[in-house]
Ligand binder design. Structure first.
Ligand code: CA
Length: 218
């Protein structure tokens, strides 16, 4: 579960990251609105936590740009004070939920869970590919009718690939989807996951495009 946290209060951001890590979230962190808009437009996150008062571009502008571009990423807004006008402006601009500072991390976690549940409950097609069925909602996979238990990174990789058959996914894009920024990464980690997936399903499942990345054929 990859989350983008956009917050210029360093102590608060570090507190949030520390609290969310044990929950299994990968939390990438940015401190200004314009970098956040760029990241959300070019990379995939399951959710964004967005402070409204930010340098370079405020959170409301980020939201408005995202929604104008039909970007559906769920956004939880953080507002500095309990000003009704801020909350309404946030919701009007397309926020899915908001929290007023200061807040309890337990409440933040509960809100995130609810948001993710809601976003997974939007109709998402089952992915089916040559005997493999991947259910993005229950995060389960089966092959020829038999359940297959995949470690999280392998599941994420298979999901990325099956969602876009016929399209070459670059190593960079896949690594970001699996690991987020700054996570220490063995240089051959991606190859190892690919190798495991080929073994668990079939060897022609994933094609290597040398020097570029991987794809599953259409
Ligand atoms: Ca702020």
């Amino acid at each position: 579960m990859r989350i983008l946290l956009v917050e210029d209060d360093i102590a608060l951001a570090e507190g949030i990251r520390t609290a969310l890590k044990p929950e299994g979230y990968t939390v990438d962190w940015l401190q200004d609105g314009s970098s956040a808009l760029h990241a959300l437009s070019t990379e995939s996150f399951e959710l964004a936590i967005l402070d409204l008062g930010l340098p370079r571009m405020d959170g409301l502008q980020v939201l408005k740009h995202l929604r104008a571009a039909a970007n559906p990423v769920p956004v939880l807004v953080l507002t500095a004070r309990d000003a009704t006008s801020d909350r309404i402006a946030g919701l009007d601009a397309g926020a899915d939920d908001y929290l007023v500072k200061p807040f309890d991390v337990a409440e933040l976690k509960a809100r995130l869970r609810a948001l993710l549940r809601r976003s997974f409950n939007r109709p998402q097609p089952m992915l089916e590919y040559r005997g493999i069925t991947l259910d993005p909602v229950s995060q389960s996979v089966s092959y020829q009718g038999q359940p297959v238990n995949l470690p999280r990174k392998e599941f994420l990789l298979l999901h990325e690939l099956l969602a876009q058959p016929g399209r070459v996914l670059t190593r960079d894009k896949l690594q970001q989807a699996l690991y987020g920024w700054g996570e220490e990464l063995e240089s051959n980690a991606l190859e190892v996951h690919v190798h495991h997936l080929r073994k668990k399903f079939f060897s022609e499942l994933i094609r290597t495009v040398r020097g570029v990345g991987y794809l599953v054929d259409k």
